[in-house]
Design a protein around this ligand. Structure first.
Ligand code: ZN
Length: 213
């Protein structure tokens, strides 16, 4: 499924969503009333960006994807999500039934959580990141036979990715972050934005637009 950005604006006393048109030189028409829409500066249409990114273009990130593509991020399907960590070159490491895999493809439609602050992504820090990730991936913890054992505690790929973040934090003398805290602060807000985008997007595709009071 090719996903696009959405446009949100107010008209007819409603909040209207429609697909972003690349060359709307003829002006923006309200799909509710069919009128050409003029905006004051304060009410310019807002672009809602598609939340999916290519994980292989995201360096040093926590990455979530689904074999079902974007569909896997709908609220009812979220149990099938898979998570990993990318290197500075966009190779994604993740823990699977076969042990740790390093993939250069397969994560093209992902939700990205950057873990290195912009400005902090110097060559030395990303080289260190890659080195730590390589070491961490080779630990005995991530063997294929332990995958099912770990599974009892929830998602094991999540354990690997978060374990790496904490491995890195400890190496820098920082306090590790708990699963609850990481999930609440970084993962859930993105999941909510994504499933909201998907439900509006689906409506827009079906009906040409979506509007709410
Ligand atoms: Zn209108």
């Amino acid at each position: 499924m090719e996903l696009r950005d959405l446009l949100r604006f107010s008209h007819c006393g409603r909040t209207v969503y429609r697909l972003e048109e690349p060359a709307a030189c003829s002006g923006l028409r309200c799909p509710v009333c069919g009128q050409l829409v003029r905006f004051g500066l304060a009410e310019a249409p807002v672009r809602i960006r598609c939340p999916f990114r290519n994980g292989h273009h995201a360096s040093c990130c926590f990455i979530m994807t689904s074999q079902q593509g974007a569909e896997g991020f709908r609220e009812e399907n979220q149990s099938e999500l898979h998570v990993g960590v990318s290197t500075s070159a966009g190779v994604v490491f993740s823990y699977t039934e076969g042990g740790v895999t390093c993939q250069q493809q397969g994560w093209e439609q992902s939700i990205i959580i950057p873990l290195v602050a912009p400005g902090n992504d110097t060559l030395s820090s990303t080289t260190l990141w890659d080195k730590h990730l390589e070491t961490f991936a080779h630990l005995d913890t991530w063997t294929p036979d332990r995958f099912n054992e770990e599974r009892e505690f929830g998602s094991c790929c999540y354990g690997f990715a978060l374990g790496f973040i904490n491995h890195l934090m400890r190496s820098q003398g920082q306090q590790p972050i708990s699963r609850e805290h990481f999930t609440a602060q970084f993962v859930l807000p993105r999941m909510e934005t994504t499933s909201r985008y998907l439900s509006v997007y689906q409506h827009v595709c079906r009906h040409g637009y979506h509007s709410i009071d």
